[in-house]
Ligand binder design. Structure first.
Ligand SMILES: [Zn+2]
Ligand SMILES: [Zn+2]
Length: 174
């Protein structure tokens, strides 16, 4: 994603805008993969102030997530607003000033967009607010099925009484 700014460089103070639709591959976040289900949609406005470019805009897309509780896949909208400054400098100089570097007559958005994703994308999420999760015993998805496991602890509590009843019955029989 590159913006040609040759005309803006000659007319400081004039705001321009662009819209991008960009396919974006999976982003690896230390072992966790962020997967987009649709292209990134980016609206950006930019203005040259004589020394650098001030940009602002919004990025929209949708992420494929795995529910933290039941592990099922679900889609979650991803939207983030941004404002970044580009200066004519080396990458290192720009980084020190918390800006992005540009050279020639082009703003390259790939790096800032990747940073926005890495810093803002959610890693954890629930398929729905009241997700019941998986049964800790049999592993079935409690949103879909009902297993008998949840009744077990109740039975275990009653177990001593059942035993007592059996012993009393045995005594009677003797
Ligand atoms: Zn879930
Ligand atoms: Zn179960």
């Amino acid at each position: 994603m590159k913006i040609n700014v040759s005309s803006e460089l000659k007319s400081a103070g004039r705001t321009s805008g662009r819209h991008f639709e960009e396919e974006w591959g999976p982003v690896d976040l230390g072992g966790h993969k962020l997967v987009f289900t649709m292209p990134l949609s980016i609206d950006i406005s930019y203005v040259f102030d004589g020394e650098g470019f001030n940009t602002k805009g919004v990025l929209n897309s949708e992420l494929l997530m795995n529910c933290t509780k039941c592990n099922s896949e679900f889609k979650q909208p991803f939207s983030v607003e941004f404002s970044e400054r580009f200066i004519k400098a080396t990458e290192e100089e720009a980084e020190e000033l918390e800006c992005y570097a540009y050279s020639g007559e082009e703003l390259d958005l790939d790096r800032p967009v990747l940073d926005l994703i890495v810093l803002n994308a959610p890693i954890y999420g629930l398929c729905r607010l009241d997700c019941k999760g998986l049964c800790p015993e049999c592993g079935c998805d409690l949103n879909i099925t009902k297993c008998g496991c949840s009744a077990k602890p109740v039975n275990e509590k009653l177990a001593p009484l059942t035993e007592l009843a059996r012993m009393l019955k045995d005594e009677e029989e003797v």
